[in-house]
Each structure stands twice: as structure tokens, then as C-alpha cells.
Design a protein. Structure first.
Length: 120
């Protein structure tokens, strides 16, 4: 049984996590792949959302994973492997668990890359 105070804390934490995902307006058609060399930075927003900031100023692609990736939003760190020079919607990301020795977490598939304009 969950005590009312504990339930309130869980809801507050979930709401705080949702608040960290800025609204995004689509800015074109989704693409299947991004050139790895052009990815400047990634920001994990939650267990399903990763924003890819490109070398071209102001260009951002949002990837919403088809399913939640356990601990991705908590750890906010992932890796990927590709034999090509592009990261595609068929590729897999693996969560890195931080704190202590580096450990691998869940591996999850990417979705399409949607160009977006982020709300300020």
C-alpha cells in the first residue's frame, strides 16, 4: 500500500520530469538518419526523448523512442555503435549507468529524427 504522502511525492517527481521536456514545434519532415560528424551535442529529456543539436547553428532534431528506455531519463547518458557515418532510426542506444564503475544499462531502439524548433 502506498501512503498518501509517498504517492504525492511520486506524482511530483513525475511532473518535474515532464516539465524538463521543452515543447517543440516540427520544422520539416522527419528524417531517418543524421550524420554522426554533424552531431554537436545530445540532451536526454526523459526515458523516451533525446534532442540532437547539430553543428549547423539552431538545427535541432528530436528523437522520440518508440518505447520508454529504462533509466535513460535518470542517467541522462547513453552510447551508440554504428558501422556507418550516420546514426539512423534502426540503430540502438545503450544507457550508461553512472556512479562507481561504468556499467551498461538498457539498450533501446531509436525512432525517426524530427527537425524541431524548441520553445524558449
Amino acid at each position: 500500500m502506498i501512503r498518501p504522502l509517498a504517492a504525492l511525492l511520486l506524482v511530483a517527481q513525475a511532473g518535474a520530469a515532464l516539465a524538463q521536456v521543452p515543447l517543440a514545434t516540427p520544422a520539416g519532415a522527419p528524417v531517418r538518419c543524421l550524420p554522426v560528424r554533424s552531431i554537436r551535442q545530445t540532451v536526454v529529456r526523459d526515458d523516451r526523448t533525446i534532442d540532437f543539436f547539430m553543428a549547423a547553428r539552431g538545427q535541432v532534431y528530436r528523437n522520440v523512442l518508440p518505447a520508454a528506455c529504462p533509466e535513460l531519463g535518470f542517467e541522462r547518458a547513453f552510447s551508440y555503435e554504428t558501422s556507418l557515418s550516420v546514426l539512423c532510426d534502426v540503430d540502438i542506444v545503450t544507457v550508461f549507468r553512472q556512479g562507481g564503475p561504468l556499467r551498461r544499462g538498457a539498450s533501446c531502439g531509436l525512432g525517426p529524427f524530427q527537425p524541431v524548433t524548441l520553445a524558449r
